[in-house]
Design a binder for this molecule. Structure first.
Ligand code: TEU
Length: 555
């Protein structure tokens, strides 16, 4: 197995970690996290073994959408620090072997952005055409609101401009007009700027919305994907190993276009929303079939491209790719209270409370995530099993401060918790019960389990780079898949049921396998026939490396 391949395509075999500077660690005591705090915790992050940090927006913002409403794409919000701090962060992370990617939110700006203020004030402003205007919004009603109940349509009348502007998201987030060459040039400039500052790529926000030209008055007939290809080419000219990780919440058959089809010349990584949603359905049903189906539906990814897999992110757990009945099953199992639901399509909860705090089940879910074809992406706090705070508004429920200790303020800040930028989680999953300090001292903690899982995942590139296939078996609750890469084979087995079971897996084409090494538990057993007979605990999970005659043993 060649380590050269894994270091070259660093995004294909890494572990990403998403965090918001605002809620990670506050060092100046104002109740708001800052870049200085994140720098202080770089060693913590390197210690758990993550390879890339994805920073949610930290740019100057009126903060009406948690920073996804930006007024200056070239700066750092004063509450979080300075550009100088940012460079220190990137440099320190690099020193510890981690890369930094940043959120690129260019579908829209804040309505407070000077571009929009200029555009609305004067029809002859050079920025007028940077946004999408119409006199007659009735014609474009086919476009749906992203935040139903929190938007009044996707067109808003601006009294100063005397026209309607397009906003696919909140009314205070006017859409940029990417058909305008000046806007495209500016987006490239933003990318070029942050690359120069040291980032290794971008998590591209809301890509289908960014590319969408339908419904836009007088939209040119250019293929929007051509634009994405141009952006990728620009990125790669500036920095060969920089990446684009795109948020594309579409069914799998439509996602492949965003990789650039067989050319693979658009997004390097695309979040796998379809498998994520079907994992929750499988968990709700204690049955792995839905996940198997979702995996079989995945299109092949082109060379250099990869799925980004995740179980939770900073938004609601969206179930929009499930049928109404399936969505209801997940709601019934994991969020029956209407207050846990959002936008009629998702749940504003974190994973451990949804799984009733069952540690074996939580571990099974993450073991599965880390074994899936793709690069796993963790949301901060998942490694210690943080829960949500439903008292917080909307999606903020899952964006509570990182829980470092059991002190008042969770060790996040010394300020009065009432003055925090976000409320701390309370109760069963609050800092008294769930925090980094306690878990570091406990060898059996979730945190230490995660550290071992991440280490093992990084040492097992078969999962990220291999050819994978599902191994059929007789137990509906069991998902078994196999990954082959450069003469090595690993098998992952996950039991979605609380009942223990026995399962037989055929290993065709592997007559020369002499031993099976459990990569998580360290158990080694001899193999005498080309099939595996396994016993799994309730919610049991195993990663097995098959050792062929003549192959060295895995440490
Ligand atoms: O979300 C974009 C998006 O496409 C949403 O559908 C998202 O999947 C989810 O439903 C939002 O609740 C991105 C960010 O992830 C989100 O936090 C921002 O609010 C949004 O863009 C606007 O920038």
């Amino acid at each position: 197995m060649s380590i050269r391949t894994t270091s070259d395509q660093w995004w294909n075999n890494g572990v990403f970690y998403c965090l918001d500077v605002e809620t990670f660690l506050d060092t100046d005591g104002d109740g708001c996290g800052d870049l200085g705090g994140l720098i202080d915790r770089v060693d913590y992050l390197a210690g758990i073994g993550v390879t890339a940090l994805w920073l949610m927006p930290f740019y100057p913002t009126p903060d009406r959408d948690d920073g996804y409403d930006i007024v200056d794409f070239y700066g750092v919000d004063h509450r979080l620090g300075t550009l100088g701090d940012f460079v220190e962060l990137v440099r320190t992370a690099r020193d510890r072997g981690m890369r930094v990617i940043v959120d690129l939110v260019v579908n829209h700006t804040s309505d407070q952005h000077p571009w929009f203020q200029s555009a609305r004030s004067d029809p002859s402003s050079p920025y007028r055409d940077w946004y999408v205007w119409t006199d007659d919004p009735e014609d474009h009603e086919q476009m749906e609101e992203v935040f139903p109940g929190q938007q009044k349509g996707v067109w808003a009348y601006d009294r100063k401009a005397k026209q309607y502007y397009l906003h696919r998201f909140y009314g205070h987030q006017p859409d940029l007009n990417i058909a305008n060459p000046a806007v495209r040039e500016e987006i490239a400039r933003i990318i070029g700027f942050w690359l120069q500052v040291g980032v290794s790529g971008f998590r591209v926000d809301a890509v289908p919305f960014l590319l969408e030209l339908e419904g836009v008055p007088d939209a040119p007939t250019v293929d929007p994907h051509q634009y994405l290809k141009e952006l990728r080419a620009f990125l790669q000219r500036r920095q060969g190993d920089a990446i684009l990780l795109g948020e594309v919440n579409l069914p799998p058959d439509e996602q492949r276009r965003y990789f650039g089809d067989e050319d693979g010349d658009e997004l390097h990584l695309v979040f796998n929303f379809s498998v994520m949603q079907r994992i929750y359905l499988g968990l709700a049903r204690h049955d792995a079939t839905a996940v198997e189906e979702a995996m079989r539906e995945l299109p092949p990814v082109p060379f250099d491209s990869q799925w980004a897999t995740f179980l939770r992110n900073h938004d609601e757990l969206t179930l929009d790719q499930l049928s109404e009945d399936e969505k209801q099953e997940v709601f019934d199992a994991f969020g029956p209270d209407p207050d846990m639901q959002l936008f009629d399509r998702g749940l504003r909860r974190r994973l451990p409370p949804m799984l009733g705090g069952d540690v074996d089940r939580v571990k099974m879910a993450y073991s599965l995530l880390f074994s899936l074809p793709g690069t796993p992406v963790l949301f901060y706090g998942e490694e210690i099993g943080m829960g949500e705070n439903l008292a917080a508004e909307g999606r903020a429920a899952v964006r509570t401060p990182m829980q470092w200790s059991d002190e008042p303020g969770a060790g996040f800040s010394t300020a009065d918790p009432g003055a925090f930028a976000a409320p701390v989680a309370e109760g069963e999953y609050g800092p008294l019960a769930v925090n980094v300090t306690d878990q570091r001292r406990d060898p059996d903690s979730l945190l230490n389990w995660f550290e071992r899982l991440i280490r093992r995942r990084r040492e097992t590139p078969e999962f990220g780079l291999g050819e994978w296939r599902i191994i059929d078996n007789d137990v509906p609750a069991v998902l078994a898949h196999r990954c082959d890469w450069q003469g090595a084979t690993v098998v992952a087995v996950h039991n979605f049921s609380p009942e223990p079971c026995r399962v037989r897996l055929d290993l065709d084409g592997l007559d020369d396998v002499v031993a099976v090494h459990d990569l998580l538990d360290g158990v080694r057993s001899d193999l005498h026939e080309p099939a595996l007979d396994l016993t799994l605990d309730g919610y049991g999970h195993q990663w097995l490396r098959l050792r062929r005659r003549g192959q060295r043993m895995t440490p």
